[in-house]
Design a protein around this ligand. Sequence first.
Ligand SMILES: O=C(O)CCC(=O)C(=O)O
Ligand SMILES: [Fe+2]
Length: 322
Amino acid sequence: MSTEELKLPLIDLSGYINPKAPGDRERVIAEVKDACAKFGFFQTKGHGISMDLQKGLLKSIDTLFDMPKEEKRKLSFLQNVSRRGYEESGMSLRDGDKLPDSKEAYYIGREDPIVEHAGFYGPNVWPNLPEDQFRNPVWDYYNATHKLGEIIWEILLQGLGHPISLMEEFAKKPMVMMKMIRYPPLSKTLPGQFGVGAHTDFGGVTVLLQEPGKDGLQVWLEEKEAWVPVSATEDVYVINCGDMIMRWSGGQYKSAKHRVINKADNESRLSCATFFHGDVFASNPLNPDDPNRETVGQLLIKRFGNQFSLAPEWRAAVGAPA
Ligand SMILES: O=C(O)CCC(=O)C(=O)O
Ligand SMILES: [Fe+2]
């Protein structure tokens, strides 16, 4: 089968968000369960995020990355304990990759007044741009996708037969990171260089907006051993499950490998991923009887520990090795 014949399912979430008839919610829960079991990914409409928010966000991303290089470098995420701020093109190199990612990115997260837990919580770094051109549209968008991420978690846990009430603990003070991305045109990348090399997402639910018409995302379908291209359609979101979900669901939901190649010779590509991980002290809501009480924080440390400046007390507090 050629990859062109394979497609991710498109799920209308409005039946869950605004149910009109009995059974609407159950139908959506079953569709999401099926898609995440098969692909670990699906596309969605009826998600409740307005076009105004989406357009405002994409415009803000462009404004940000159009700033002079020196200005962007002053906002480097490497200088920030919470890893908020700017990541230059060429900074991400995964084990096994020959070349680093061509993308540039900018990270924001929960806006907590003080740095806590060695940086999982803390304030954001905002660029020196008029608030209505960046901070306001970006923050409004962050909150909307934060909500959508929570809704997807709710659906996922119900798909495994658990009550929504489990979300209270899980979403108390959730780690929600947002990554705004710009991929350079193909003509500006090295031969064989990816926008983002093949990877799985680390954690919980990813809510991904792609710039309409700018295809480039490909998802690995294990069963067919094929890369499935994902179209970038206006007002259609891509949702996927990270490694934490795969682990906590006992493999019932997949965390699929994916990568990005911007094939446009002369045009950049924008995207934005919101990662809803959950409260750092919360444990598995996909199996409340899981005897392994590992928390979101412990898993985050395992994966990103060497990237955050983790104080020994914090490692100890969550039972992670020093
Ligand atoms: O830009 C995209 O379409 C995907 C980005 C992605 O996979 C990631 O940031 O984890
Ligand atoms: Fe990803």
